[in-house]
Design a protein around this ligand. Structure first.
Ligand code: SAM
Length: 288
């Protein structure tokens, strides 16, 4: 059964009385090349994979053909009987009926006895960033995240400092991973077709010990948030507002690190944000 064929999708909709939900971001792939290329790009041969949102199972099938085991988390209960039919040939698969935001990924790995997991998905667009940040911020042993996201968001994930798409999300993603754009996907590859194009990105998670060292992670992410809080303002202004310090203090922090006081946050890389955050911590401990 070709799960990306429109006639098969219509047949399954009729048979199970399934109706697409816009709220759940249900845009299914109708271009057979895409799930194949996504699974290949995820590089998951013989590995443990967690899929988010299997839908009718077109990507799940490609994953099951390559992975050791696939745990597919689907929020929509009405898809369960469809998946029982479309994926009945696979015994290396479990469908979990749950909201991915409620799933403890570390516990899931433990349940199936794996020390590492790879995430692969055509993500529901309404919660793309929260899902990705939840995965990266958790202590779960996730090694890679290969996901379809809206093209605009993909650009933000992979943009270098100084480019218009670079923002707080980019900097956070760069702290945790090495991001890569795999390929673009046109809106016509989905049914129903969304308004915008998409892209598949791959985030290779950097092991904790190899990440940029910071004295206090909360302060580091606070610096990133402040740096992009008001794009038209200088970093001095944004730091002053974000950390309730005077502009003179903010200027002295930057000067001590040989960073020009007129700089805007969006031109700095995560190494600079780490140095600023460490300096703020240092000042706090001397003030104590
Ligand atoms: N994988 C299928 C494909 O590529 O054709 C469907 C992808 S569709 C863009 C997103 C899927 O995620 C839908 O099946 C939807 O029901 C599911 N979904 C939406 N929100 C979810 C959530 N919070 N947790 C788990 N699955 C979710």
């Amino acid at each position: 059964m070709d799960l990306t064929s429109l006639s098969v999708i219509r047949y399954l909709c009729d048979k199970y009385g399934f109706e697409f939900s816009k709220t759940l971001g249900q845009n299914f792939l109708v271009n057979a090349a895409i799930p194949k290329k996504t699974a290949e790009g995820a590089d998951i041969n013989g590995k443990f994979v967690i899929e988010i949102g299997p839908g009718f199972g077109c990507l799940t099938k490609e994953l099951c053909e390559r992975a050791k085991f696939v745990a597919a988390v689907e929020i929509d209960r009405s898809l369960l009987p469809v998946l029982s039919e479309t994926l009945s040939e696979f015994d290396n698969l479990e469908i979990i009926n749950s909201d991915i935001l409620d799933v403890d990924i570390a516990a899931l790995c433990e349940k199936y006895g794996y020390t590492e997991a790879h995430i692969c998905a055509n993500l529901p667009y309404y919660i793309t960033t929260p899902i990705i940040m939840k995965i990266l911020e958790s202590s779960a042993p996730v090694r890679s995240v290969t996901v379809m996201v809206q093209k605009e968001l993909a650009k933000r994930f992979v943009s270098p400092p100084g480019s218009p798409d670079y923002g707080a999300v980019t900097a956070a993603v760069m702290y945790y991973t090495k991001p890569k754009l795999l390929f673009n996907v046109s809106a016509g590859s989905f049914y129903p077709a969304p308004k915008v194009d998409s892209a598949v990105i791959r985030l290779d998670v950097i092991p904790e010990r190899e990440r940029i060292a910071v004295k206090n992670k909360e302060t580091f992410f606070g610096v990133i948030r402040s740096a992009f809080a008001m794009r038209r303002k200088t970093l001095v202004n944004n730091l002053s507002a974000g950390f309730s310090i005077t502009k003179i203090e903010a200027e002295s922090i930057l000067s001590s690190l040989s960073i020009p006081v007129s700089v805007r946050g969006e031109t700095l890389g995560i190494e600079d944000f780490a140095r600023i955050s460490d300096k703020i911590e240092e000042n706090r401990s001397t003030a104590r």
